[in-house]
Design a protein around this ligand. Structure first.
Ligand code: FAD
Length: 548
């Protein structure tokens, strides 16, 4: 057991580590240093504090310094920044930010939990009044005060990731018209592009002005007192405030200057017990890089649940327990204007970037509960899996209801290295107001299992534009007339058996319907009649994602 344990950073990872340490070791002296004025606050709640959903800032404070002292006998020093680590002497140097006084503290074990800082590129005008980032309670208060004092009407949010979307919603809640700028060709770039399409459409129906492939180059103050955001295309967007939500960068300066190993992904390198390259120093949270559970590669993953889990593992390790952090699969969820997007494991983009091959994707678009029960909402779910072994690699879902529940189920399946056959058989709760006898998770598992078993050969959506296959749309004529894939012929499922002679035997046939179900029935029919056929997974709703 260590006698004197110092913790740098007093929010998610640092706090989790400190509390666990005390539960394991009543005698150790534990001191937590925090640069900011608050510890143990819910930074994930900040967008909702800005939006007014959380009216009282005190609701964000989970444990105060006084509670840390009384409940845990842990000393918290706020407004004190750890500025250097002397590894040879096992000492840190601390700066009291108010007085500027510097002093030293020695440790037996040191835990670095400094988090990650919002990206703030060196654009001209990036430091103008009215340009904000959001990480801390003071940041959120500054933003709220700007809104309350100046009554702005238009906001520009730069970056359409999780924070950008949450802030878009919360600024709209405050009555602002939001322009959302994103340099990628989609919103929420962690999703595959076709999965982000329903979300983008939803944002637009809520009057968000979404501008994709728009790279900001400068911000300037206008004569009218507004802010003009310039993009590389030459476009200029005008707003009364600008929020930068461009992602975060691990705070590694302290670790790097102390000579600790920094990994290729840009985070502090740690082992499975969160120990750095120095055996007396641990690191947790947004500042570290972790092994991706699916691809095995090192990556950054700035998520609160991971920071808390890593804090606990580090505490266990310091206390001599054998806990291990097994890696991250970046399970995440985000909502805006009543639509939820969630994901776990690898996206198709991640798999491509990691050089993984031999995977397949299926799409299903089921209702979130039984269709006959009022209020059923459609969701869009994509499942990625190994073509040969059926191992689940990742999932993404978007919809108004029940999305995060399905992703959570699949997240655990991925953690357990389960296969699509496990999803097919998963026994999940059902009553009409909650789900279906065949839950969306089961449906995705069944579709994927059909592929692995060879019962459902899939056509690649990405090859649609260049295929020589005959496209057959098996929906009803009215549905086909409303809209269809260019070049597709219409043979409704109900007529297919009687019209087989119209179909070529020498040419592949790609089948399409509304959501993939009728096309699957048609596929089984054609395969059993000796045709070479494939299914366009997820039908016309998937097509819409690929071709908005
Ligand atoms: P932090 O919680 O950032 O804590 C690090 C602390 O260390 C900071 O307070 C910093 O001031 C302090 N510090 C840094 N260097 C020093 C130093 N040298 N000396 C003293 N103190 C120092 N994650 C989710 O999973 N879901 C969400 O919905 C979600 N929403 C978020 C919304 C916002 C606005 C933000 C900012 C983050 C959100 N996150 C969310 C991410 C999540 O909050 C982080 O992953 C998590 O807080 C990381 O914990 P950490 O301990 O590594 O860093």
């Amino acid at each position: 057991m260590s006698e004197r344990i110092l913790i740098v950073g007093g929010v998610a990872g640092g706090g989790a580590c400190a509390a666990r340490l005390r539960r394991l070791d009543e005698r150790a002296a534990i001191v937590m240093f925090e640069r900011g004025p608050y510890v143990s606050y819910a930074n994930c709640g900040l967008p909702y504090y800005v939006g007014g959903v959380i009216a009282d800032r005190r609701r964000l404070l989970a444990v105060t310094p006084e509670q840390w002292r009384r409940w845990f006998n842990i000393e918290v020093r706020t407004r004190q920044e750890v500025v250097a680590v002397d590894r040879a002497r096992r000492r840190i140097e601390v700066c009291e930010l108010e007085s500027g006084r510097r002093y030293q503290e020695s440790y037996d074990a040191l835990v670095l939990a400094p988090g990650a800082a919002p990206l703030r590129p060196a654009w001209p005008g990036v430091d103008l009044p009215g340009v904000f980032t959001l990480r801390s309670i003071p940041d959120s208060r500054a933003l709220r005060e700007w809104i309350e004092n100046r009554q702005p009407r238009r906001a520009i949010v730069v970056g359409a990731g999780f924070l950008g979307l949450e802030m878009t919603e919360n600024l709209a809640r405050r009555g602002l018209r939001v322009t959302l700028l994103e340099k990628e060709p989609q919103v929420l770039p962690m999703l595959d592009r076709e999965m982000a399409q329903p979300l983008q459409a939803h944002l637009e129906t809520h009057r968000v002005d979404v501008r994709l492939q728009t790279c900001v180059t400068a911000i300037e103050a206008t004569a009218e007192g507004a802010l003009a955001v310039h993009a590389d295309s030459g476009a200029v967007f005008s707003g009364d405030l600008v929020l930068l939500a461009l992602g975060v960068r691990p705070e590694i300066a302290l670790a790097r200057e102390a000579g600790l190993e920094i990994g290729a992904a840009g985070g502090i390198r740690v082992d499975e017990q969160m120990r750095t390259s120095d055996p007396h120093i641990w690191a947790v949270g947004d500042a570290v890089e972790v092994r991706d559970w699916v691809t095995g590669q090192w990556r950054l993953a700035a998520l609160a649940g991971l920071a808390a889990r890593q804090g606990r593992v580090a505490a266990d390790a310091i206390a001599g327990r054998a806990s291990r952090f097994r890696g991250a699969q970046a399970t995440a969820v985000c909502g805006a204007f009543g639509m939820t997007a969630a994901a776990t494991g690898a996206s198709q983009k991640d798999l491509q970037a990691a050089g993984v091959s031999g995977y397949q994707a299926v799409y299903v678009h089921p209702l979130h509960h039984a269709g006959y029960y009022p209020g059923a909402k459609r969701m869009h779910l994509k499942l990625l899996f190994g073509r040969e072994d059926g191992r689940i690699l990742g999932a993404q879902a978007v919809g108004e209801e029940g999305v995060e529940k399905r992703i959570d189920v699949i997240a655990l399946a991925i953690q357990k290295r389960a296969t699509v056959f496990d999803l097919e058989e998963a026994e999940l709760c059902y009553a009409p107001q909650y789900g279906s006898a065949r839950d969306p998770v089961n449906l995705a598992g069944m579709a994927a299992a059909n592929v692995v078993r060879g019962d459902m050969p899939l056509a690649e959506w990405s090859a649609l534009g260049s295929t020589g296959a005959l496209l057959v749309d098996v929906r009803e004529p009215g549905e086909y007339a409303r809209d269809h894939i260019e070049g597709a012929v219409n043979i409704p499922l109900g007529e297919l058996r009687a019209r087989l002679e119209e179909l070529p035997r020498e040419r592949e046939i790609w089948l399409n319907c509304a959501v993939g179900q009728r096309a699957y029935y048609a596929l089984r029919l054609l395969l059993q009649h000796g045709f070479r056929a494939r299914n366009l997974s997820g039908g016309y709703l998937t097509y819409w994602g690929w071709n908005p």
